[in-house]
Design a protein around this ligand. Structure first.
Ligand code: AMP
Length: 458
């Protein structure tokens, strides 16, 4: 018996998905697939290509890119050690080393909490600066953050994101990236979409640094009225105080200085050009001076998109410009802008607004009886599937009454009835389950009939 097997009289443990993770199941996965297919299509029309980076990377990559002071890096990453060479670490004369013996030399790695850092790492690693610029990439897949689970917030969640790297920082690029997300949401008929934009200035030009100083001073004046989280952030990350949703803090926050009044000339010009470019594209936006985003790498343009039906976790997309990031990771000076869409929330919102497709039933349930009919049923199933129909072929013979009941339960549109009579006559019976009507067809006519039925219903 293997070690993990339960002892006699001991009930085997009932396993459940880990808190904050979940199984995505049919029919919901059909909606996930539709969303992802639409992303491939829409992003492709904007000239983006797909990148699939690994799911874990050196912890240091995220610490450097996302920022050591952020919640994501300081509290939420799943981090473990990755002994680079097991054999090299086993002391002489021993065949195995304990984990503690290996740890000092092991590299720390983390499950990715986001993918922008990975995309920038890949841009550098594959010398993509030598490709025609800018390089436009998109990705989709799971991310991992140890957050407190609630509706719309998971520990394994999914993002669909895109990045534009290299080339210029022309405001038209910012606007086109935003236009692309809005086009994607529009194609999905996402409801109650609201785009908020802001500029958070440029740290190298000092306009953000200057603003942060003023903000800190203003925050010190209202410190007593703030909760412990915001009080701590005055020192660690004062911009994040503007993110606060605490009702009791809203009055104080309203009195704080606005960054728009402190942007340097270059940032102010860039910001107004982005707005103009959005208007040229017919993209409706709202300016939100409190939109700062939680990640360290953002500069100038930031944006966030909310949708309906999501309660407090209503942001479905966040993004912004990050011109210094590639360089910070050891690459050449490179402009960058991108976004990440929370796919779980996008799906939730589509479901809440009834935009999710209804459960997809089978097209045809084949009710067969008798050995000869079974052989015909197998051939019919093969041909119908080849023609693109979804077919259920029961593995064992059933009485027709039971088979029709089963076809109903599965939401089949038609039952194809194949008994000895049908097979010897060469005329197959097709029953339309919605109205119970029944007709006979030759094998060739049947396919035509089903094709016409499909064309009518789609
Ligand atoms: P961020 O990478 O933090 O800028 O987040 C981008 C988007 O990812 C957010 O607007 C959310 O839609 C989504 N998101 C972030 N964290 C989670 C989470 N823990 N669970 C579900 N979605 C998330």
């Amino acid at each position: 018996m293997s070690e993990g097997a339960p002892k006699k009289d001991e009930k085997p443990r009932k396993f459940q998905a880990i808190r904050g993770t979940r199984d995505l199941l049919p029919p919901e996965t059909a909606l996930w697939n539709r969303v992802e297919r639409t992303a491939h299509e829409v992003f492709g029309t904007f000239g983006f290509g797909e990148i699939r980076p690994p799911i874990f990377e050196p912890t240091e990559l995220f610490a450097r890119a996302v920022g050591g002071e952020t919640d994501i890096v300081s509290k939420e990453m799943y981090t473990f050690s990755n002994p680079t060479s097991l054999a090299a670490m086993v002391p002489e004369g021993r065949t195995e080393g304990t984990l503690a013996e290996m740890l000092p030399e092991a590299e720390m790695i983390s499950l990715r909490p986001e993918a922008t850092a990975s995309v920038c790492r890949a841009y550098i690693e594959h010398n993509m600066q030598q490709l025609p610029q800018p390089v436009k990439l998109y990705y989709m897949g799971p991310m991992f953050r140890r957050e407190r689970p609630q509706k719309g917030r998971y520990r394994q969640f999914y993002q669909i994101g895109a990045e534009v790297l290299g080339g210029s920082d022309a405001p038209a690029i910012d606007a086109e990236v935003i236009e692309m997300v809005m086009t994607f949401f529009d194609r999905l008929e996402l409801q109650g979409v609201q785009l908020d934009i802001n500029s958070i200035g440029h740290s190298a030009d000092n306009c953000r640094r200057g603003y942060v100083e003023k903000l800190k001073a203003a925050l010190e004046n209202v410190k007593d009225k703030l909760g412990p989280d915001s009080q701590r952030r005055i020192e660690t990350n004062p911009l994040r105080v503007l993110d606060s949703k605490l009702e009791s803090e809203q009055g104080s926050i309203a009195t704080l200085p606005h960054i728009a009044d402190h942007l340097c000339e270059a940032c102010a010009t860039h910001y107004s050009a982005v707005k103009h470019q959005l208007e040229m594209r017919g993209v409706i936006y709202r300016e939100n001076w409190r939109l700062v985003r939680g990640l360290d790498y953002y500069m100038r343009t930031t944006f966030e998109i909310t949708a309906q039906g999501l309660g407090s976790q209503n942001a479905v997309c966040g993004g912004g410009r990050y011109d210094g990031l590639v360089e910070l990771l050891g690459g050449p000076p490179t402009k960058g802008i991108g976004f990440a869409i929370g796919e779980d929330r996008l799906i939730l919102s589509l479901q809440e607004s009834g935009k999710a497709p209804a459960q997809q039933g089978r097209d045809v349930y084949i009710a067969w009886m008798g050995e000869r009919a079974h052989a015909t049923a197998i051939r019919a199933a093969k041909d119908l599937r080849k023609a693109g129909f979804s077919v259920e072929l029961p593995p064992v013979e059933q009485k027709f009454g039971k088979a029709l009941g089963q076809a109903d339960k599965l939401g089949a549109k038609y039952a194809l009835i194949l008994g000895d009579n049908e097979v010897s006559e060469g005329l197959w019976t097709l029953k339309t389950l919605a109205d119970g009507s029944q007709e006979k067809y030759t094998e060739a006519d049947l396919l035509d009939r089903l094709r016409k039925g499909k064309a009518l219903s789609s």
